[in-house]
Write a protein that binds this ligand. Structure first.
Ligand code: ATP
Ligand code: MG
Length: 216
């Protein structure tokens, strides 16, 4: 029994593009193109549903604190965020890629790891990277970056990177090779836990419709 609008947080680019068909299947059309407008709040064909555009890494934060009722975020982003306050009902199977370790193509990764050297690893994903190397018993110094990870091994900033890979073309273009795949990544629906109770009448049918669209 709540008539407040539903706010859906999306990031521009592949997540927005790949979420659109799922929304459409659930009867929701976004009425403006984020690449053509400067607006950050986009209306939909449903007066009770709006989309807010936020940075990919900010989606879990918006949903956690109720700035949005629900959103779409990559598993990579969710693992770094930790998932507090988020209900994660659905893997949307979109924005698929993998998280991998890559090094310069002339770097002998296997030998370095075997000999027990400390490896310098640059990444945006420090939580996942720390866990991965701890599980392997490899000693690492982690260097936090916010973008262009590929540059780190080329400039001597790091021996290795942990980054997202889909086609691998960016790695090849920068003389890097993928030496380990850590996990498969896709994007999930995340819902504010309080909203799930307070706006259940509006949220439940929407989640169910998106779920049906994913299975199709
Ligand atoms: P920004 O580009 O604004 O710095 P970002 O790099 O986090 O932010 P995107 O590149 O749009 O934003 O990535 C958003 C999400 O899409 C990521 O969190 C990840 O889950 C997924 N993703 C990233 N790179 C790829 C890729 N190469 N192929 C498929 N999915 C990807
Ligand atoms: Mg990007």
């Amino acid at each position: 029994m709540n008539n407040a609008p539903l706010t859906l947080a999306l990031s521009k680019g592949r997540i927005f593009e790949e979420t659109l068909p799922l929304l459409r299947a659930a009867g929701i059309e976004v009425l403006e193109d984020p690449e053509k407008t400067r607006k950050l709040i986009l209306p939909t064909n449903r007066p009770d549903v709006r989309v807010v555009l936020v940075r990919a890494t900010d989606v879990p934060t918006y949903v956690q604190y109720g700035g949005a009722d629900l959103g779409v975020a990559g598993k990579d982003v969710l693992l770094e965020h930790g998932g507090d306050g988020l209900y994660q009902p659905l893997d949307l199977n979109i924005a698929k890629c993998r998280m991998s370790v890559a090094v310069r193509d002339d770097f002998d990764y296997a030998a370095q790891v075997k000999q027990g050297y400390r490896l310098r690893v640059a990444t945006k994903y420090t939580t996942v990277a720390r866990q991965h190397f701890a599980d392997k018993g490899v000693h690492v110094d982690l260097i936090k970056l916010y973008g262009s990870m590929e540059l780190a091994p080329l400039t001597g900033l790091a021996d290795a990177i942990v980054d997202l890979v889909s086609t691998g073309k960016t790695l090849v273009a920068n003389h890097l090779i993928e030496v380990e795949q850590i996990m498969d990544i896709s994007s999930r629906l995340v819902v504010n836990q309080a909203a799930l109770k307070l706006k259940r009448d509006a949220l439940r049918p929407l989640i169910d419709a998106i779920s049906a669209a994913v299975q199709r």
